[in-house]
Design a protein around this ligand. Structure first.
Ligand code: NAD
Length: 516
């Protein structure tokens, strides 16, 4: 075990102890308002910086999942027995209570996920914002009155599903946890969430802190383990009434199928292959800075990463040169260092996927403009999953690297001649998550936005997101929406209530009562 691993273990153990999770073999689940150990096989947590084991914890297993669903059902009933304004007040207070833990949460996320500490410090603020925003919705979910043509008063209530099952990936664990838990509970549901087995702890801490600050015990339950065991137990559990999944299209299909078996609806937030389109009339300094942030932030491990840079031919060479120069200047380093802009790829499986995609692309004729190798200047012990920011040119539309998600710090740059070709290239993948257009022509900007098959479009910007604005994809990027009021609605069902207001009720056989 090398020096960096020993330091990471020490940091991790002291953070776990700070949250009463016990060191070495942590209590890795939050069920019914208690920290509990898993009951299944041991899972090793690997340090992305060194590739060495930090600790191991036990897979939750199906029995613990069942206990979590039961606890969530009880917690949900208790939650719904409070008035809507009381729920909002408690959620607001719980969100405020998170403030005292900003730094410890950020540190824990950074050491486990291998994310730069500066990114984690930013994300912890987003976590609070999500709870604060949805707290405000608790007492504002009005129903509607429908002007039916009979003597009935017909009103619609938006009622919670009951207990929802949520499954999240490893790239932004605490952000994704808050992103889905906040609207779910604001809508009145109980939650059982399974984070990625590679990033188990920050979701547990968030649930624990919220429930220690006034939310009912058991309202939010976190179970940690791998997909085929704990994940499958959750998606197949009879007590779950809705599934919300954030992850890859392949797993998303399996989750939606598991839901369909029981006729349980799902929301799928999946991958992307987003086109970042630069026209010759764009302000190139901004476009290049945007392209750099679009793909290299979070080492490209972002569902909305701008992994295809489409550049109008007149400025293609200039943009390639500038982007390669900017990419080479990114500080790749240890996540713990405040100056680090890009850390490692999170895990060995992902690293193999990213590097093999680069190798395949090069075999098919792609040209490396920068990166493609281990970055220089890292400590000798950092033998984990580091990859320099990589820019590839000479890529054709039919190559795998232009079609499939890399989910790593790799961008392909492709030329286009006119708007028609830009639209065709942008829409020529099976994904439809996000896209951006850089131009100084406002008419063109709006025209392009209307023609891109993408759930989010940025104009002269990239990666602007906010909990208030809806987010989600088309096609292999999934279905359903998160964030904003659309995200809230995913967690409720409309219930229609008919009240006879006439003196004497006239109930006919069939639909003859003017109802049909
Ligand atoms: P993944 O699909 O491998 O795993 C995601 C989660 O699903 C993990 O918790 C995993 O344990 C679980 N899982 C896997 N198989 C399962 C099964 N059969 N039953 C139940 N659970 C199962 O994805 P990943 O590698 O962790 O994350 C990367 C992917 O996530 C990328 O495709 C990325 O684009 C996507 N992502 C999408 C968004 C979005 O909002 N659209 C956000 C972040 C990440």
């Amino acid at each position: 075990m090398n020096r960096l691993t020993m330091e990471a273990i020490e940091r991790l153990n002291s953070l776990l102890k700070a949250f009463d999770m016990q060191a070495d073999t942590p209590l890795s689940n939050w069920v019914g308002g208690e920290l509990v150990a898993g009951q299944g096989e041991a899972i090793e947590l690997i340090d992305p910086v060194t590739g060495q084991a930090l600790l191991s914890y036990r897979d939750a297993g199906s029995e613990l999942v069942s206990q979590a669903v039961t606890a969530a059902a009880r917690g949900q009933q208790q939650w719904m027995s409070l008035s809507a304004s009381e729920r909002g007040r408690r959620m607001t207070e719980a969100a405020w209570a998170l403030r005292g833990y900003d730094e410890t949460l950020a540190q824990l996320e950074s050491v486990v996920a291998g994310k730069p500490i500066r990114d984690c410090r930013g994300e912890v603020v987003k976590v609070r914002e999500m709870f604060e925003y949805y707290a405000g919705w608790c007492d504002k979910q009005h129903g509607e009155v429908i002007p039916v043509p009979t003597s009935h008063l017909n009103y619609v209530r938006h009622v919670p599903y009951g207990v929802v099952g949520q499954i999240t990936p490893w790239n932004a664990p605490m952000f994704t946890c808050a992103w889905q838990v906040a609207p779910a509970i604001a809508a009145g549901n109980g939650v059982v969430l399974k984070p990625s087995e590679m990033t188990p702890f920050t979701s547990v801490v968030i649930a624990k802190l919220l429930e220690s600050s006034g939310l009912p015990k058991g309202l939010i339950n976190i179970v940690n383990g791998i997909g085929p065991t704990t994940g499958a137990a959750l998606t197949g559990h009879r007590g779950i009434s809705k599934l919300v999944f954030v992850g890859s299209p392949d797993s998303g299909r399996r989750i939606a199928q598991a839901g369909a078996e029981r006729l349980v609806p799902s929301v799928l937030e999946l991958g992307g292959k987003s086109a970042n389109i630069v026209f010759a009339d764009a302000r190139l300094d901004d476009a290049v800075a945007g392209a750099q942030a679009a793909i290299f932030a979070a080492a490209g491990q972002s569902c909305v990463a701008g992994s295809r840079l489409l550049v109008q031919r007149e400025v293609f060479d200039a943009v390639c040169t500038r982007l390669a120069r900017a990419a080479a200047q990114i500080t790749v380093g240890l996540p713990v260092e405040p100056s680090t802009q890009m850390g490692p790829v999170q895990n060995a499986r992902q690293y193999r996927h990213v590097t093999s995609m680069i190798d395949d692309a090069c075999r098919q004729g792609a040209r490396v403009l920068c990166g493609g190798t281990r970055p220089a200047g890292l400590p000798e012990e950092a033998q984990g999953y580091f990859l320099a920011p990589t820019v590839l040119a000479d890529v054709s539309d039919d190559m795998t690297i232009a079609q499939e998600e890399v989910f790593g710090p790799v961008v392909v740059v492709m030329p286009f001649d006119d708007e028609e070709q830009a639209v065709r290239l942008a829409n020529a993948t099976r994904f439809g998550l996000a896209g951006a257009v850089w131009t100084q022509d406002p008419a063109r900007a709006h025209r392009m936005a209307g023609r891109l098959r993408a759930g989010t479009v940025w104009i002269n910007s990239y990666k602007a997101i906010n909990v208030m604005s809806p987010f989600g994809g088309f096609d292999d990027s999934g279905f359903g929406r998160s964030s904003g009021v659309e995200g809230l609605k995913e967690y409720t069902v409309a219930q229609s209530v008919w009240v006879e207001t006439a003196d004497a009720a006239s109930v006919a056989m069939g639909y003859g009562n003017g109802v049909g």
